[in-house]
Ligand binder design. Sequence first.
Ligand code: TYD
Ligand code: MG
Length: 459
Amino acid sequence: MAKARTTGFFCKECGYESSKWMGQCPACREWNTFVEAPAASGGRKAGGARAAALGGNRPVKLSQIESSAEERTGTGMEELDRVLGGGLVSGSLILVGGDPGIGKSTLLLQVCRNLARDGKRVLYISGEESARQIKLRADRLGEFSGELSFLCETDLDQISRIIEEEKPEIAVVDSIQTMYREGVDSAPGSVGQVRESTNFLLQIAKGKGITIFIVGHVTKEGTVAGPRMLEHMVDTVLYFEGEKNVPYRILRGVKNRFGSTNEIGVFEMGGEGLIQVPNPSEYMLSGKPEGASGSVTACAIEGTRPMLLEIQALVCRTNFGMPRRTAAGTDYNRVNLLIAVLEKRAGLHLSDCDAYVNIAGGLRISEPSLDLGIVMALASSFRDVPVDDGTLVFGEVGLSGEVRAVSMAEKRVQEAAKLGFSTCILPQVCLERIRQPVKGIRLVGVRNVREAIEYIGRG
Ligand code: TYD
Ligand code: MG
């Protein structure tokens, strides 16, 4: 057999191509990510496939293009529909990425169930699990009805034939790392295969108007090609995030040709699959202790949605020379900076204290608007005086101890009022910009950290 021809090398993280091997990728700065790229059969043609599928290569006047609104199909999960920009667009290719075990297969199986129940023809193709394993999972998720077929196959040419026969409207390919095409001289999961497979699925999706979900595992190391380099090939990229031992999950749009990428969907992994969390604030605050010092409610914006959360701080005298500082769920350096601001601008002697900061609920957020909340939590724990439970705090803190404006102040205040908070401490600048008074909530504008911590212990 002739030795496989190679076209060069490319970075398996970002897809950067080069004619020679390099230790560090000049595009994404990752080390040791270059792999040899086998010459893909028909690789040349692949690029043109999209153009051909989209209707030829003649230029068209913008004014002559009909702008009919795309038809959207609801997935039966509002949290997902919102991230997609209002539902599925037929003929689109959607990549769902995330760490192994985070719940991608579970989410898509639930979506398939909903679509099948609405009378759509759905095909779930798994290269990872046997039909029996899928059945076991499906049994955990509850009742299945309608036109949902399963296929355990990894050969894409065979899959293509079956799609031809079955004519599904929606297909799921779980996962792209297990798929292969005959004729590409590399193992499934390698860059060449993953790229070629995605291209092939793209042709099917565009050519036949089928919506295809592709599952992609993201791994930091290992031989599996990360789906990062697929991002420019697909229409929509969603990332499913979360910590393994925390039940809540966030579905984030990273790229979307049919909608905004500012939206997130919140889910909770339960015993019977994923449950939508339409009101994340309530969920995040559900375990907040009452009347405890060092606990402050803050407000972050996820996408375009305000989300209330609890910031906890514990400050205690250090037993060793070097004070310990930790930050769970937020930026460690930012916390150190805020401690320095408190020391210098508000006169709190924190230099001989250990300080631990935690965002409750396993959330991971580093948004400047949490600064004031972190500062208040630290000061409250330092003095051992609780912040009133009905108080919400947000604002960015600068190095001079000034409290700076943050975006969407009105939205944050409204969310707080909706959840029954009686007081909101916010930057003075934001207070001046709020035009309509929000009912049932007292707004307290602060200019600097000193003013803010005076409110600790007041109702
Ligand atoms: P899975 O969807 O297989 O993850 P992925 O496809 O992203 O690799 O999810 C697997 C995890 O979810 C597994 O650890 C078990 C858990 N799980 C539940 O907690 N409840 C459930 O109802 C199901 C189906 C799974
Ligand atoms: Mg899976």
